[in-house]
Design a protein. Structure first.
Lengths: 113, 107
């Protein structure tokens, strides 16, 4: 199994509060991704990173920001959480040796009340 | 982005049965992956298969890139095969997922 951990694994927070989710990898992979999974939508890309301090938006980036100060860590921040951001969040990583095969972390279940 | 359609949306099988899941995509791709999401929510890599055929135990997959589809075969299904099967594709490095096929295997 790819060495990917996510923290926290579960979180309940109130509308309007800031939330930061952490993804940590031990594979030294260059690319890291944040997805959200919602019923009826499958998985959708929020943001991704192609190196330290190099990030870009995915298809559902509004309301989210990311940071990557070290190869192994990719942070997802909800500046002011809303109920529409209640979801399961997955981090993924990919290197370059196998043309971008992605491996997923265990997920974080976030509930915004 | 690339559109991905999976069929059927739901599949109920008796243990021991065989099945085929299909994934159609709207553009040329350089990466196609099949995942199994188990009832605990974990996403498990099944195949990385942008073209050709691969087998892993009771599972096999075929991708015909020129015709923009991929098939996942499950043979002699077991209850542990239950879950959602996702196809995901990309032509750069950002995966686009289909909506999934929910498979239920009954003992």
């Amino acid at each position: 199994d790819a060495g990917i951990t996510q923290s926290p694994r579960h979180k309940v927070t109130e509308t309007g509060t800031p939330v930061t989710l952490r993804c940590h990898q031990t594979e030294n992979h260059r690319y890291m991704y944040w997805y959200r999974q919602d019923p009826g939508h499958g998985l959708r890309l929020i943001h991704y990173s192609y190196g330290v301090k190099d990030t870009d938006k995915g298809e559902v980036s509004d309301g989210y920001s990311v940071s990557r100060s070290k190869t192994e860590d990719f942070l997802l921040t909800l500046e002011s959480a809303t109920s529409s951001q209640t979801s399961v969040y997955f981090c993924a990583i990919s290197g370059q040796g196998k043309a971008y095969e992605q491996y997923f972390g265990p997920g974080t279940r976030l509930t915004v009340t | 982005g690339i559109q991905v359609e999976q069929s059927p949306p739901d599949l109920i099988l008796q243990e021991g049965a065989n099945s085929t899941l299909r994934c159609n995509f709207s553009d040329s791709v350089n990466n196609l992956q099949w995942f199994h999401q188990n009832p605990w929510g974990q996403l498990i890599n099944l195949f990385y298969i942008p073209s050709g055929t691969k087998q892993n135990g009771r599972l096999s997959a075929t991708t015909v890139a020129t015709e923009r589809y991929s098939l996942l075969y499950i043979s002699s299904s077991q209850t542990t095969d239950s879950g959602v099967y996702f196809c995901a594709v990309t032509n750069d490095y950002k995966l686009s997922f289909g909506a999934g096929t929910t498979v239920t295997v009954r003992a």
